[in-house]
Design a protein around this ligand. Structure first.
Ligand code: NFE
Ligand code: MG
Length: 470
């Protein structure tokens, strides 16, 4: 690196373990590297298990987007088992995942990213903080601090809404292949509804206005954090049992065109990731997770997913853009606005779905573990396109692969040396003071990165150490 190197490791106020390294010259970022610093071992843990364990084990990948892992695993197994869940089950899955989105987006806005723009009180946990251009008018800033506290309480409601239909959050037990385990009852429907109304009031009258206030005070960030401008969404929230009609459409956007998605064109490169080189470039149906922690030149535990060889940004902006709900731009601010607007859109949809539930109708279609089958479950998690793939042999999981949203967004360079979406978005970011690189963090947190997983290996002072987790 020729300019001044800035290393932010770990990045705080995100989920999981991320390091960011940028090179700054003439006050701008000229190169960037995104480093996932913990190994994700779940694909190995799943080998040899009963396939029906997958919705439960994969939820443990993360405490924030767990419902979506439960959904992807359920779709994956529905597909492998050759079963179509009844309408009640499809709707209950949507309600549970919708509640999880609301929780996740409120958490991200107020508790993970707002303090990049809102100056908190000069007391812990709001200090220490980077010096920066906190520029909200005092009354707006004070209101946002009050809403930070209110949002902590608000986040309970979607957790309770989810628990009504699936069991306690964050790792619920209510999704199974073929459907769900909880019947709809009048009590559950009314309990969901009054909480929804309360949280909708907060979304409409607090979250969305606060996001808009920050967008207007920091409008220069509409020109920062642009990235490759390729967007990808697998689509989610099925509106009927065909799998074709969804609240958010499947599609991708590249070079100004909206195009379709073919799962066969998804691959994961590992040239710069700590995995064996021979596993590079594989489609997830034949994906291999073979760690190589001593690989020279590698700098991340995150693989580099590509579609037809190219990086794609995933998340609320991709979903809203591909669905035709938003066209204003691709930037830091557009990511925050679309996350707020889609929270509103999902909350509005939940009440209609709730009213479609039919008491005393089935919640499960009978099915059993096949001797041999392959499956694929492609959905959207709060942070973007999420895919699970399974190969079942002898009634057991022979191979399980997850490609998660943050794998797309925080990926390192691919085998051709092309930067990942977040790395590219960092290029050209102005940095006023390299000792307080708040601008870099505004770009990073706009993606809502999540690198969560169990600890297997860490890298202190450049030397690998092995830990046994018991
Ligand atoms: Ni751990 Fe997640 C979401 C998934 S990771 S938060 O949303 O899948 O990007
Ligand atoms: Mg994976």
């Amino acid at each position: 690196m020729a300019g001044r190197k800035i290393v932010i490791d770990p990045v705080t106020r995100i989920e999981g373990h991320l390091g960011i390294e940028v090179e700054v010259a003439q006050g701008r970022v000229i190169d960037a590297r995104s480093m996932g610093t913990l190994f994700r071992g779940f694909e190995l843990i799943l080998k040899g298990r009963d396939p029906r364990d997958a919705p439960h084990l994969t939820q443990r990948i993360c405490g924030v987007c767990s419902a979506s892992h439960g959904l992807a695993a359920s779709y994956n197994l529905d597909n492998a088992f050759g079963v179509t869940p009844p309408d009640n089950a499809r709707i209950i899955r949507n309600l549970v995942v919708g509640a999880n989105y609301i929780h996740s987006h409120i958490l991200h806005f107020y508790h993970l990213s707002a303090l990049d723009y809102v100056r908190g009180p000069d007391t812990a946990p709001f200090i220490p903080r980077y010096k920066g251009d906190y520029r909200l008018p005092k009354d707006v800033n004070d209101a946002c601090v009050a809403h930070y506290l209110e949002a902590l309480k608000m986040r309970m409601l979607p957790h309770q809404m989810r628990a009504l239909f699936a069991g306690k959050a964050p790792h619920h037990v209510g999704f199974v292949p073929g459907g769900v385990t909880q019947k709809p009852t009048v009590d559950k429907i009314t309990g969901f509804l009054w909480r929804l109304r309360k949280v909708q009031d907060f979304i409409n009258n607090t979250y969305v206005p606060d996001a808009m206030a920050i967008a207007s005070a920091y409008s220069d960030y509409k020109k920062i954090g642009l990235g490759h401008k390729n967007l990808l969404a697998y689509g989610t929230f099925d509106l009927d049992s065909t799998g074709k009609n969804k609240l958010f459409k499947r599609g991708r956007y590249i070079g100004g065109k909206l195009l379709d998605v073919d799962a066969a064109k998804i691959t994961e490169d590992v040239k710069y990731s700590w995995y064996e080189d021979k596993t590079s470039g594989k489609n997830p149906t034949e994906g291999v997770t073979e760690p190589q922690p001593h690989k020279p030149d590698a700098y991340s535990w995150v693989k580099a997913p590509r579609y037809d060889g190219l990086p794609y940004e995933v998340g609320p902006l991709a979903r809203m853009w591909i669905n035709g709900d938003y066209k204003q731009g691709i930037s830091v601010i557009d990511r925050h606005i679309t996350r707020a607007l889609e929270t509103q859109k999902i909350a509005n949809a939940l009440e209609g779905w709730l009213m479609q539930l039919k008491l005393n109708e089935p919640i499960w279609t009978e099915c059993s573990v096949p001797e041999s089958a392959d499956g694929c479950g492609m959905v959207e998690a709060p942070r973007g396109a999420l895919g699970h793939w399974v190969r079942i042999r002898n009634h057991k999981i022979e191979n399980y692969q997850c490609v998660v949203p943050s794998t797309w967004n925080t990926s390192p360079r691919d085998d051709k040396g092309i930067r990942g979406p977040m790395e590219q978005a960092l290029i050209d970011t102005p940095v006023a003071d390299p000792d307080n690189p708040i601008e870099v963090l505004r770009v990073v947190r706009s993606f809502d990165p999540c690198l969560a997983c169990a600890v297997h290996l860490i890298k202190p002072n450049g030397r690998m150490k092995k830990f046994r987790v018991v």
